[in-house]
Unconditional design. Structure first.
Ligand SMILES: [Zn+2]
Length: 300
């Protein structure tokens, strides 16, 4: 069994008509992580570049956590080389074909296309019973993490109608969501978040954290033990599998352990636990238990 498969999508093509900010009123520059973005006064910033900015960070981060990530709608170059708009059908068939269990599509919002006062952040899931799968729970978990990043207006986890990238069932996914991180036609959000690589990074990490919360139920409250996963009856084994998933994801993050994220606490996971205990001096270890102190370190 391999790692959980996840699709990360960047919406639209570089040249897709209309998918850009109004003309900037002043020149804005942001520098972060070796990237310098300048939007000169009078020019428009393209949605695809910002979407791909977030999507790149999100795909890289999920990779580091151990997920098997499929990228759709963007290349590795922050989207600036991507001149064609990949059709929704193409995106969907790639996601279905890869066998992704989850998909997340990164977008920025627009209201009128002229500067206006609409603002805020939201996570969308499909309104239709036939298409939604488990997407609502994923949208709620992601919204809970992305909204506090800048304290933007909380537009909530919301239903949407007919968006191709929210059609979980159609793509063979358990859950599919679409995030609208900020309004590109709101002057404050456009200048501060939309064209800012630091926001792209922060939105991406928060999105990944929401996804991990959804999958695992979040940081365990008690010491973790491997034995429970095999001995207890089904419901408890399910709960323990979620904890084992959390453990594997956090061992990957903390130690770069490169564990397959499958919720099976086997030999490799045990070895990584031993490595964790050794590295941070948590004392005697057998790889079958993870103390609260170790959980706290992993959760950092
Ligand atoms: Zn969009």
């Amino acid at each position: 069994m391999g790692s959980i498969k996840v699709a990360v999508d960047a919406g639209h093509g570089y040249n897709t008509a209309g998918k850009r900010s109004p003309a900037f009123i002043k020149t804005v520059t942001h520098t972060y992580d070796g990237k310098k973005i300048t939007v000169p006064a009078g020019s428009h910033f393209r949605e695809h570049v910002a979407n791909a900015g977030v999507a790149n960070y999100l795909a890289d981060y999920l990779n580091r956590l151990g997920f098997d990530v499929l990228r759709t709608g963007f290349d590795d170059d922050n989207g600036t080389n991507d001149t064609t708009d990949m059709s929704i059908n193409k995106r969907q068939s790639l996601i279905r074909g890869y066998g992704c269990q989850y998909s997340m599509s990164c977008h920025f919002n627009a209201y009128t296309g002229e500067w206006n006062s609409a603002n805020g952040i939201e996570a969308l899931y499909d309104v239709s019973e036939k298409r939604v799968g488990d997407s609502k729970a994923l949208a709620v978990a992601i919204q809970k993490r992305i909204q506090p990043v800048y304290g933007q207006k909380n537009r909530g986890a919301k239903t949407a109608k007919g968006l191709g990238m929210c059609n979980a069932t159609g793509m063979g996914c358990v859950a599919s969501v679409l995030m609208e991180y900020a309004f590109m036609d709101n002057r404050f959000e456009a200048e501060n978040y939309f064209c800012n690589p630091e926001s792209w990074y922060r939105y991406a990490v928060a999105t990944a954290e929401g996804f991990v919360d959804y999958l695992t139920g979040g940081k365990p409250e008690k010491e973790l033990t491997q034995a429970e996963a095999t001995k207890k009856e089904l419901t408890q084994a399910e709960a323990t599998k979620k904890q084992a998933l959390w453990l594997q994801i956090m061992l990957n993050k903390t130690l770069d352990a490169k564990l397959v994220v499958d919720g099976i606490w086997g030999t490799k996971t045990k070895k990584a636990v031993l490595q964790l205990y050794k590295k941070y001096d948590f004392g005697e270890a057998n790889g079958n238990t993870v103390s609260l102190a170790a959980i706290k370190r992993l959760a950092r």
